[in-house]
Design a protein around this ligand. Structure first.
Ligand code: SAH
Length: 338
């Protein structure tokens, strides 16, 4: 069920039920109940009536892995139709963050990413994404403070469901997670970036850039054939103008592909003076992909060149890499591989 409290209330009223029951049900859903039966403050006949009228497709935990390095947890969930996706729970000093998937598989085809192997199977429903947040908190036994839409799938390729999920998870009667604690990452779908800009949300938009020029980016990301680097930068500028929030750029460093001094220079030329932030990710190894991470020293040199050029840069921590929970390592169908 992906209904917002007001919508649930309207449906309840159509069924002749008092509106306040909708609030009760919504709160129960936010606490991760798996059936109407568990909603103990509703009269039994009402629980039965609702169970007949609505599906509650809760996620079922198939496997939980805990990183020995840093306590990051990864969950494999079964969805009601037998498909599966992964979610990662990360502990930071400033709070816990879940990294959720937005699709079963992905059709973007990036050359370095495990999530796109096998293509896209289907979009996740808003309630399934909400389920990832709620059930991850329950599995970890700890509160969820923030969300990153950086798991399997391209969130802007599932636009309407992702927007509805954001409203659900943001609702004060439910998980109540503020937009400023949510980041959304996209491979760079320009039209959808413009659409998102018009929503004026206070979330953080991250763009997977991975190369400063069309030649290199096209080798890594098929989406670049649709929207080239110039077009993508222009969309990011429009996004900033519309929302007042700067886009941050993700850049996975791939040995001998996008990590040379020439690439650093091109990136500096593009970003200097824009206040944009670059988040470098040392490529995480994906066995099928044949690409290698840049050596540590190359990453350090690249960072220095960006900093000297006046571009702010951070290197992303590789949380959970021992359980294949790091960026680009999530996949559907783990069950089959195991
Ligand atoms: N589809 C969205 C959401 C994925 S977010 C997007 O493309 O942004 C996951 C981030 O990890 C993206 O920046 C993605 O490009 C990056 N990534 C994918 N595979 C990776 C790998 N093997 N190593 C490091 N980062 C990777």
């Amino acid at each position: 069920m992906s209904l917002l409290p007001q919508e649930l209330k309207a449906q309840f009223q159509d069924m002749g039920l008092p509106g306040y029951r909708a609030g009760q049900v919504f709160r129960w859903l936010g606490r991760g109940v798996r059936s109407f039966e568990q909603m103990s403050d509703l009269p039994k006949p009402l629980r039965e009536q609702l169970a007949a009228a609505y599906d509650l497709p809760a996620l079922t935990l198939l496997r939980r892995q805990v990183s020995r390095q840093d306590g990051t947890e990864k969950y494999l969930w079964a969805l009601p139709d037998g498909e599966s996706v992964e979610t990662v729970f990360m502990r930071y000093k400033h709070g816990n963050t879940v990294c959720i998937s937005s699709q079963v598989g992905c059709r973007m085809g990036c050359a370095f990413c495990a999530s796109t192997i096998g293509g896209k199977v289907r979009d996740l429903a808003p309630s399934e994404m909400l389920g990832e947040v709620i059930f991850s908190g329950l599995a970890a036994g700890a509160p969820v403070g923030g969300i990153v839409l950086m798991g399997i799938g391209e969130p802007l390729d599932n636009y309407d469901n992702v927007m509805r999920f954001l409203r659900l998870v943001n609702d004060p009667a439910g998980a109540n997670i503020g937009m400023r604690h949510i980041s959304l990452s996209t491979c760079g779908l320009v039209e959808q970036i413009d659409k998102l800009a018009a929503e004026h949300l206070q979330l953080t938009l991250s763009v997977s850039l991975h190369a400063p020029d069309d030649e290199t980016r096209s080798k890594l990301m098929p989406v670049n054939a649709r929207y080239g680097v110039d077009e993508l930068y222009a969309a990011c500028e429009r996004y900033f103008a519309a929302t007042g929030r700067r886009v941050s750029f993700e850049y996975a460093m791939v040995r001998d592909v996008n990590d040379t001094p020439r690439h650093a220079q091109m990136l500096v030329r593009r970003l200097r003076g824009t206040g944009s932030h670059v988040n470098l990710i040392r490529l995480n190894y994906v066995s099928e992909r044949g690409l290698l991470p840049s050596p540590e020293q190359t990453v350090r040199d690249f960072v220095k060149r960006l900093e000297d050029g006046g571009v702010t840069v951070t290197v992303r921590r590789r949380l959970g890499s021992d359980i294949d929970a790091a960026c680009g390592q999530l996949r559907r169908g783990e069950m089959r591989r195991a």
